[in-house]
Structures are given as C-alpha cells and as structure tokens.
Design a protein around this ligand. Structure first.
Ligand code: SF4
Length: 326
C-alpha cells in the first residue's frame, strides 16, 4: 500500500469512479474510467501533491475522496471512519471537515452575493452559533486571508483574480475544516500572484494544522508546496514519493517525461538537457490499454508490458512505482 508512516486523515482503498456513457436511447454502453482502482493515504498535516496530464482523473479523484462525487467502487476512510456509503445528514459532518478550493475563483463565487454573504452561507449551514457570533468570525477569517474589513460588502467582480481566490479560501475555511482539496487553485492566476497564494496556503496550514490534497499541472509549484507527490496516468497512480525524491530520482518513465518537460530558465542548462517527449495522445479512459496503461506511449515498453498491469510497489523507502522495468 502506498503510504508513509504516520496517521492517515484520508484514505482511498481501491477507489473507483466511472462515469456511464449512454447511447441515443439512454442505454448504458460504456464507462469513462476516470479513477480506476486507487489506493493511497494522506497523512494528517501533510500536503499531498497530485499531478498528471489534463484528463488523467486527478480532479475526479479529489472530488470523489471528499464525497462530492459518488464512488463507483472501493472504500474511502476519513479519520478512521468508513464514509464510502454515507448519505444525507450522516455525510454532512464530514463535508464540514473536508472543504474545496476551486480552480476558477470567479465562477466559484456567486455574483449576486457580496463577500459577507459568500462567507456566511457555509457557516450558517454547519454552525449552530447565533448570527452575532458568526459576524465576528467572518471578519477574522477575511483578515486571515489578507483581505480588509472594508471588502465585506463588495461583490466578486470588484476584485482581482488573486483576491477572488483569497475569498474562495476564506469561504472554505469558514467552517473550520481539517482537510482542503486544493483543485488547481493557482492555475487560473497570473504567475506573479501564484506564489503569494501558495505562501498563504502554507502559512494557513501551519497556523490551523490543515491537511491538503493539492491538484496541479504546474510541476515546479507543486514541488515547493508538497510533502509527497503522486503521479496519475489514465485513472491510476503510477508513482508516489517524497517531493524532492520524486524530482531528483523519478522511477516511472511517465514521471521522467513530465519532469523533463518543465521549462528551464538557464539557457545553457536548457540547451544541454535532454527532453523526453511523450509520443501520442492520452488514450481514451473509455478504452484503457490492456497491461500497463502507459505502454502505448512508453519509450521503454517491452512486449510483456502490454500483457499485465504492473502493481504499485515500494522500490525504495517511501518511493512507490508501477512499472515492470524500473
Ligand atoms: Fe513502460 Fe513497461 Fe514500465 Fe509501463 S511497465 S511504464 S510500458 S516500461
């Protein structure tokens, strides 16, 4: 099992999320296997980075873990409790403990509500405290994310992208969660603002003891913030390691190729570095290749790679990979 010694806050056990695809007559014909049997543990207090090409299933994995999407199979454990099949009021306390920060702060904020209403809404849903007690907490949360009390009665369109994302983070924090799914929270922001938001998330994690699942396709930023990183390909985790270990010693050919695609600022190093281009497009998650699902694009593929799916095994301490060759 791909884990790290410690106490797991959130755990996936052979988790699956398949989306049915229906024909013209509404009959189920195929399924998009967005998450296809994933086992991992996210430890209390860590930031688990999740990377992979667009369409690999990383956001779906995050959203299934927090029970925003119904799992198709497998099990989800939160703080030692099986939450896989909870519904309605039984699930509500766990939704309070697991919140999400969305990629696009503008579409995630209700344009008809001002900041005060946006932050109050989840608090009113989950808290039994009187309105007067909530008032003070709203101002406190807003200050925590670097906004001013004067911003309370403004609307989302009056703010920059970075400020909107701060409001989104304030809304997520309003119900005092323990776990935050950060679903590409910086990819819609200017590069100059990205580091500010990441630094703020790190400070909040320290102050509030939060645990993060940080979904990203920017591999340089994910290294900075993550304790460990999982690499996803076509619905499966193909490698997990501590952040520096993964960047310095990638084992899976797919990870190697992703890392070699990171732009290098130094022109001499860039000229001397050998980029490993991944051939072809990501296969359809409705028609997953047999055997190793990366074999149709892998430069090291051997005939046996197309026969059997490699399991995720520990190759060095805390470093797991799913490859027959490495
Ligand atoms: Fe490549 Fe084979 Fe390893 Fe898959 S199992 S990543 S095809 S070498």
């Amino acid at each position: 099992m791909a884990d790290k010694k410690g106490q797991a806050l959130l755990e996936a056990r052979e988790l699956e999320k398949h989306f049915p695809v229906k024909d013209f007559f509404g009959r189920k014909r195929q399924a998009v296997k967005a998450v296809d049997g994933i086992t991992l543990q996210i430890q209390k207090g860590e930031t688990f980075g999740l990377v992979g090409e667009s369409g690999c299933g990383k956001s779906t994995l995050g959203r299934t873990l927090i029970r925003m999407y119904e799992p198709t199979g497998g099990q989800i454990m939160f703080d030692g409790q099986d939450i896989t099949n909870l519904q309605g009021t039984d699930l509500l306390p766990y939704h309070k403990r697991m919140q999400i920060i969305f990629q696009d702060p503008y579409s995630a904020l209700d344009p008809h509500h001002n900041v005060e209403e946006i932050i109050r809404e989840p608090m009113a849903l989950y808290s039994k405290e009187p309105r007067s007690a909530i008032d003070g907490q709203i101002v406190e949360i807003l200050k925590k994310v670097g906004m001013k009390e004067d911003d309370l009665y403004k609307y989302a369109y009056e703010f920059s992208g970075g400020q909107r994302q701060r409001i989104g983070i304030a809304r997520a924090l309003a119900v005092k969660p323990e776990f935050l799914l950060c679903d590409e929270p910086i990819s819609a922001l200017d590069v100059s603002i990205q580091a500010q938001v990441v630094n703020m998330l790190e400070d909040l994690q320290q102050e509030l003891g939060l645990t993060y699942l940080f979904v990203a396709h920017d591999l340089s930023m994910v290294r900075h913030i993550s304790t460990r990183i999982g690499v996803m390909y076509l619905g499966k985790i193909v490698e997990i390691a501590e952040s520096d270990e993964l960047y310095e010693n990638p084992l899976h050919p797919y990870t190697e190729a992703l890392l070699s695609a990171i732009p290098v600022a130094d022109p001499i190093r860039a000229r001397n570095s050998k980029r490993k281009i991944i051939k072809g497009d990501l296969p359809s998650p409705m028609d997953v290749p047999k055997g190793c699902r990366f074999h149709t694009r892998c430069p090291y593929a051997k005939p046996e790679c197309g026969m059997e799916e490699p399991p995720l095994l520990e190759r060095a301490s805390g470093h797991y990979t799913a490859c027959h060759v490495r």
